[in-house]
Design a protein around this ligand. Structure first.
Ligand code: HEM
Length: 237
């Protein structure tokens, strides 16, 4: 990460650079939309106690906390579906005002989603280990997003970009959790009793670590010491 304040991202990118990113963002959006259709809409479509009872584990705690759950899933859905658009350089360059407005909606959605997540985690009927795991996830969600917001307020655009990537990786963690917990092959690796309490940590700790490695490698590539660059220049001449 460069320490100097930047006010604008690099302007041009060739179409060969762009397509892998467009493809990756499209896949992320499609998976996010699939998650929303499969796991979120049922609560809007069937507003009754039976529908608010977790089909996997049977406890009707969501009905007792339905206000919090509705706040949580509506905010989570907004953050999940807005997030990928924020990474489009084209949209940013062409519609900067829209990027700013949707960015603010993203931050507010995450903060509302987090407040509700803490309440849901405190009231969960699925055990303390699960509740603590989700509360820590909520803490990571708020921290990464607030860091992204603070960086942009300081006009540190490249730092803002990096924290937004971390923030979205955490936003996506609940989707990752469902993929690991509910579908093979990850679903089959652990006995049911251990599965959710393990994957509630794995779903964000490992993606965040991989993200960090990639961010640091990109930073190292862009900031080679002057001596190394000079040597490479000699070698190439
Ligand atoms: C990444 C941070 C997140 C945290 C910490 C978190 C936390 C929680 C908690 C504590 C619960 C209640 C679990 C229980 O009572 O045992 C819950 C349920 C739920 N959350 Fe989140 N959540 C997060 C992100 C999201 C996102 C982005 C969505 C997308 C809409 C979402 C959708 C849901 C849904 C649909 C449920 C109900 C359970 C289910 O049907 O899967 N969550 N979440």
């Amino acid at each position: 990460m460069s320490s100097s304040a930047q006010t604008a991202a690099p302007m041009s990118s060739s179409s060969s650079d762009r397509w892998p990113k467009v493809l990756a963002l499209t896949i992320v959006l499609l998976i996010a939309a699939g998650f929303v259709l499969r796991y979120v809409f049922r609560y809007y479509l069937h507003f009754n106690e039976a529908a608010f009872t977790d089909p996997m584990r049977g406890a009707a705690n969501y009905w007792r906390m339905r206000g919090w759950l509705l706040l949580h899933i509506t905010s989570g859905m907004l953050a999940l579906l807005i997030g990928p658009w924020q990474f489009s350089r084209r949209l940013r360059q062409r519609y900067l005002q829209l990027h700013r407005v949707s960015g603010r909606i993203y931050v507010i959605a995450v903060l509302c989603g987090c407040a509700a997540a803490f309440r849901l985690a405190a009231g969960t009927t699925f055990g303390k280990a699960w509740g603590v795991g989700l509360a820590c996830l909520a803490f990571a969600w708020a921290t990464t997003t607030l860091m992204a917001y603070y960086a942009v307020r300081q006009r540190q655009i490249s730092i803002h970009r990096e924290w937004m990537i971390r923030s979205y990786v955490v936003t996506f963690a609940f989707v990752t959790f469902r993929v690991f917990n509910d579908y093979p092959p990850m679903m089959n690796w652990l006995p049911e009793a251990d599965r959710s309490n393990t994957y509630v940590w794995v779903c964000w700790a490992i993606p965040l670590l991989i993200t960090e490695v990639i961010l640091q490698l990109v930073r190292m590539k862009g900031a080679k010491p002057a001596g190394v660059r000079a040597k490479q220049g000699v070698a190439h001449s």
